[in-house]
Design a protein around this ligand. Structure first.
Ligand SMILES: O=c1ccn([C@@H]2O[C@H](COP(=O)(O)OP(=O)(O)O[C@H]3O[C@H](CO)[C@@H](O)[C@H](O)[C@H]3O)[C@@H](O)[C@H]2O)c(=O)[nH]1
Length: 717
């Protein structure tokens, strides 16, 4: 953070990247959208409901574009000066690193081990770091893999530092073959490390196949007779950095925790886990800075703790992973609570440290209160020995610990939404804090995304649902317009998370051309005014294509992304809207479905017989279907548009006038249908493919039934 009050040069500077050309293009598209709306309104009286629906859809899309234009009007970058930091700061602060995991099947323990290894090996003094893994799955296998990983870390961390390894997640590092000369010291070390990593992976794999032997090990006793949703707190110090020499001092602390869970207690999914991590780390190391990394990501850059940042109005949203926070911000402090030197103002001291209220706010643990007061006063003392504090740490893990405290309300990660990240982020921005998006090259953190198909759609559905929850709960950036310290355009940025409401206009807009073709209605303006629609479509395509190409992506990836966003809107976000309606009606609750993750296996030096890399790579990027409800809307859209095109071509054969000049539908509407078919192309392929790449019969039958209803309805009208 820049200390403007001092006469020293700043530690970072904000550089503006505004572009007048891009602003002009954004405004031109906005102008075209408004012209289209105006045309619709002017010609409304002569037309029918189709124009009304089209006006609704286009108004929504115009609103979305307007918001987007406002948000990206003045992009900026935070440029840090790490050398100035080096000169000024001789004693780097402590950093606590949090990794949450919740399910050893959907989140393979070897993947969690890789995330942890990549963090343990970052370029930062090891005695200043502590890594805490929260396991909501209460899995002995996860604990086992961490124990094994900590042994491996003793050779992995020194190896990474010795050879300045760039990517420090071993699974990722060993995907690339060795390029050095055969007899060099590096080659020998590399081969040895690879063997050791393979041994680690094998051990974890073997343990997952047969975990009976774990029962015999006393260290795993705490896991016996436990269920993920019913068990006491388990806390294990896997590795404690006690200084010493060599490998002993190279590896930071590693702590495994699994908070108590009991049926009938709310555990608040990931936000509950993050708050437990905050408390335990507060008791043990109490670092002023924290890093959150989901277990499916890894540090991709060894110097990740210094990087350049992309800034904005008040900064980007916290998106749950790969993110640094200061402890005091998570404890509810706002910029107004601080003096210029960073200490609490007298008013804030009274408010935060009122003896009578401390236990009500922070919970009943005396040790916890002491640690929080120390953190708020910036006088944290890490424990001399982590094991001394295990009892107190277990106490703060009880499932009733947060009862009637401020945890999840004003303290820590906020509850009331499955998107705890956006919720917490909104709470932080509302207090007036700014944030910055760190974007070094190569990227600081990378991770896995669910495969193209139901997993990705379900994830988007959860994000969409969580985003709407945020906007309508106590932390909503829309509430308290004058009271809160959030800037106007930052509020607009949060409005962008309402993106999932676009699903309704998008669905209607995908059906409108087909409806018009079937019913012989006009959807688009006729004559010279058709130029508005054509220019709009062409400009939007060229603009987004240029953005893709300038980021180094191909034309194909641009097309795939356009297609994917339409599929996500109509197949994922549509169900987010349904979730919210059902929640508001009190019919169902919203849960957190953990995304299924996969990890690439390191290649053996020689591919084994019959192994065919090509056959697997041909499956990459293919869309997978299942018989869940998510694929009904997409299949329905595809069938309706195909039916409309078939009707149109039959009509063409009967009439020589393809534009049916008498005011009915024609070539423009047919082009609209073709565009929709192109955007939903995976569904067209799915009609002919087999297995997981084909649309299952139940989905097809339901979509076909809806199509018949749609066509029949069109005919009746
Ligand atoms: O009860 C739970 C559920 C999840 N998690 C962990 O939370 C992380 C995120 O879960 P994941 O299934 O990977 O969801 P994503 O969609 O990848 O997560 C993003 O989106 C979520 C909002 O839906 C945010 O909570 C996350 O911070 C953000 O990274 C993972 O490490 C999980 O192990 C828990 O610890 N406890």
């Amino acid at each position: 953070m820049a200390d403007s009050s001092s006469s020293l040069p700043p530690l970072c500077e904000r550089i503006s990247h505004k572009s007048y050309v891009l602003r002009a293009v954004d405004l031109m598209i906005l102008g075209l959208l408004f012209s289209l709306l105006l045309h619709r309104i002017q010609h409304m009286s002569q037309k029918d409901n189709v124009w009304l629906v089209a006006l609704f859809c286009e108004s929504c899309l115009t609103f979305a574009w307007l918001i987007m234009t406002c948000i990206k009007w003045s992009p900026a970058e935070d440029k840090p000066y790490p050398k100035r930091l080096d000169e000024r700061v001789h004693d780097l602060p402590l950093v606590d690193m949090f990794v949450p995991t919740a399910d050893p099947v959907r989140e393979p323990p070897i993947m969690v081990a890789n995330t942890v290894l990549s963090l343990l090996a970052v370029n930062y003094p090891a005695n200043k770091l502590a890594c805490y893994v929260s396991d909501d799955g209460c899995s002995p296998l996860t604990y086992f893999s961490l124990k094994e990983a900590s042994k491996f870390a003793k050779i992995w961390v020194p190896f990474c530092k010795k050879y300045n390894v760039k990517v420090r997640a071993p699974f990722r590092y060993f995907l690339n073959p060795l390029v050095a000369a055969d007899d060099s010291e590096f080659s020998k070390d590399w081969e040895m490390m690879k063997r050791e990593y393979e041994r680690l992976s094998r051990k974890v794999e073997d343990a997952s196949r047969d975990s009976h032997w774990l029962d015999a090990d006393k260290d795993f006793e705490a896991f016996s007779n436990t269920k993920p949703s019913d068990h006491s707190t388990i806390l294990k110090v896997v590795w404690e950095n006690k200084g010493g020499v060599g490998e002993e001092k190279e590896v930071p602390h590693l702590v495994y925790i699994s908070r108590e869970k009991r049926p009938n207690y709310l555990h608040h999914y990931k936000s509950g886990a993050m708050n437990f991590l905050l408390r335990v780390s507060g008791l043990m190391t109490n670092a002023p800075y924290m890093l959150h990394v989901d277990c499916d990501m890894y540090a991709n850059e060894a110097d990740v703790f210094l990087g350049r940042g992309v800034a904005g109005i008040q900064g980007p949203l916290y998106c749950g992973s790969g993110c640094f926070h200061t402890r005091r911000v998570m404890y509810g402090v706002s910029p107004d609570d601080l003096e210029d030197d960073g200490s609490l103002t007298p008013v804030a001291t009274r408010e935060f440290l009122d003896e009578d209220k401390l236990a009500t706010k922070f919970g009943s643990s005396k040790e916890m209160v002491i640690s929080m007061v120390e953190a708020l006063k910036r006088k944290s003392n890490p424990q001399n020995s982590l094991t001394n504090i295990i009892e107190a740490a277990q106490e703060v893990g009880h499932c009733h610990y947060e009862y009637q405290t401020s945890w999840g309300k004003t303290l820590g990660c906020l509850y009331d939404s499955v998107a705890e990240d956006m919720n917490t982020s909104s709470g932080i921005h509302l207090r007036g804090w700014t944030s910055s998006y760190i974007s070094p090259e190569p990227p600081a953190f990378l991770g896995s995304t669910p495969s193209l198909g139901v997993e990705a759609i379900v994830q988007q559905r959860r994000w969409g649902t969580g985003a709407i929850e945020v906007l309508f709960n106590k932390q909503s950036p829309l509430i308290g317009i004058f009271r809160r310290k959030i800037r106007f355009r930052q509020r607009l940025a949060y409005l962008w998370v309402l993106m999932c409401l676009r699903s309704i206009p998008e669905l209607l807009y995908c059906l409108l051309p087909a409806y018009c073709l079937l019913h012989n209605y006009t959807l688009y303006p006729k004559g010279p005014c058709l130029g508005i629609t054509i220019t709009l479509v062409v400009m939007h395509c060229l603009y987004t294509l240029w953005q893709y190409l300038s980021l180094g992506f191909s034309v194909k990836s641009w097309y795939v992304s356009q297609s994917l966003w339409r599929i996500i809107a109509t197949c994922g976000w549509l169900f987010s809207v349904q979730d919210i309606i059902l929640k508001l009606l009190g019919i169902s609750k919203i849960g957190f479905v953990i995304a299924k993750k996969t990890i690439s296996k390191t290649r053996p030096s020689k591919p084994s017989q019959g192994e065919d890399d090509e056959s697997n790579s041909s499956d990459l990027g293919k869309f997978e279907f299942d018989s869940s409800c998510h694929f009904i809307p997409g299949t329905f859209i595809m069938l309706v548009n195909l039916a409309a095109l078939a009707v149109f071509s039959v009509r063409l054969q009967w009439s020589s006038d393809c534009s049916s000049g008498g005011g009915g539908s024609g070539l423009a509407e047919a082009c609209g249908c073709i565009l929709v078919v192109l955007l939903f192309f995976p569904f067209l392929k799915g009609l002919f493919e087999k297995g997981k790449y084909g649309i299952p019969l139940p989905t097809l039958s339901k979509a076909a039934f809806l199509t018949v209803l749609f066509v029949a309805f069109s005919e009746e009208n």
